[in-house]
Design a protein. Structure first.
Length: 143
């Protein structure tokens, strides 16, 4: 189900507004050390949209990813189910979530939820959560 596009939209439909939300968030990222700004937008099953940005810290491992920020905002907003995700970063290639964020997304998204990754030039790549995180650790593993 992986799909790439440079048009900003794809066969899953309705991505442009969520891409715009992620891009608007990205502009507010705090990345003074790497200058690698990331924005994320999540549409919850309720239809509400939540955004997040990466926030760096001089103690480098203490930063926060954009996806984690958007998930925290979603939980604070009372939602618990992700319907779709968009991530945009300062790269010429579409930017995927890091490994930790893939697991965080999977906590609230089913395996068929689409994650659209966007480059600074507008190129996109869409994959399902299952494609991004095959063999995900879930509650099924907890016995």
């Amino acid at each position: 189900m992986t799909e790439q596009s440079n048009s900003g939209s794809n066969r899953f439909g309705g991505k442009m507004s969520l891409i715009d939300d992620a891009k608007a968030a990205q502009a507010r990222a705090y990345a003074p050390y790497s200058n690698f700004r990331v924005g994320a937008a999540i549409r919850a099953k309720s239809g509400h949209v939540y955004t997040g940005v990466n926030v760096e810290n001089v103690a480098y491992p203490e930063g926060t990813c954009a996806e984690a920020g958007a998930i925290a905002a979603m939980v604070l907003g009372g939602d618990r189910e992700i319907a779709e995700v968009v991530v945009i970063g300062d790269s010429d290639a579409p930017v995927p979530p890091c490994g930790g964020c893939r697991q965080k997304i999977r906590e609230f998204a089913g395996p068929d939820v689409c994650v659209t990754m966007v480059s600074r030039t507008g190129d996109t790549r869409t994959m399902t959560v299952a494609e991004l995180l095959p063999g995900a650790f879930t509650t099924d593993h907890m016995g």
